[in-house]
Design a protein around this ligand. Structure first.
Ligand code: GRF
Length: 205
């Protein structure tokens, strides 16, 4: 098995960035052989940007506020990823759809994490507590985490890894979310580790 080139990660995150933090922590601890190159957020107040700065990673606010249209923003994001030397894009709670330029340039090299067992409970509008509410409303006995490749459709790209958690009697969306998030923090760094080790093969850039 040949080892792929070193992972140079570029993150997009809209809010808290706890998954970003779990990955930064794994890099800092030496358990994930990767470099965090840049963190981009559409939200200037995102905690994710603060987490990036605290770790010494370039933090950029790129949004429609500063670009006239979606195409200009798409170009700006692609430019930022390329100039930071990114070879793998990691979506970590990014609430916007990526544009065709970024998706084209990084085809097969954009990862997303979803807080349920896709293909169940995914698609447009399924994010945050809505996902956990849907799992409970459906009476599912288990939920979990999915890491998948990103393509033009929300939550539809090939699945790379999943982890399961039980749905427990008396669960609320919040208690289920907490159990799922703990698994997210384990599975995202672990999946990146497997990519770095060549155990999961991605498209070449
Ligand atoms: C996570 O639940 C993830 O599955 C979803 O967005 C949330 C991001 O959380 N895509 P955080 O910003 O990493 O804390």
């Amino acid at each position: 098995m040949s080892r792929p080139p070193p992972l140079h990660l570029g993150f997009l995150a809209s809010h808290g960035g706890s998954n970003l933090q779990a990955i930064l922590d794994a890099i800092a601890a030496g358990t994930l052989p990767a470099r965090a190159c840049v963190v981009i957020s559409n939200n200037s107040g995102a905690l994710a940007l603060e987490r990036a700065r605290a770790a010494g990673v370039t933090a950029l606010h790129l949004s429609r506020q500063s670009y006239p249209d979606d195409e200009a923003l798409d170009r700006a994001i692609l430019g930022a990823l390329r100039s930071a030397g990114v070879n793998l894009v990691v979506l970590a709670g990014y609430m916007k759809k990526l544009g065709p330029r970024v998706l084209g340039a990084y085809r097969g090299r954009v990862l997303n994490i979803h807080p349920a067992l896709l293909p169940r409970h995914g698609g447009q509008g399924m994010f945050g507590m809505r996902v956990h509410e849907a799992v409970l409303a459906a009476g599912d006995r288990e939920s979990g985490v999915t890491i998948h490749l990103v393509d033009e459709e929300y939550d539809r790209g090939p699945i790379l890894a999943q982890a399961r958690v039980p749905v427990l009697p008396g669960d609320t969306p919040e208690t289920l979310a907490e159990r799922v998030l703990a698994e997210e923090h384990r599975l995202y760094p672990d999946t990146l580790r497997r990519i770095a080790a060549g155990e999961i093969t991605l498209e070449k850039l």
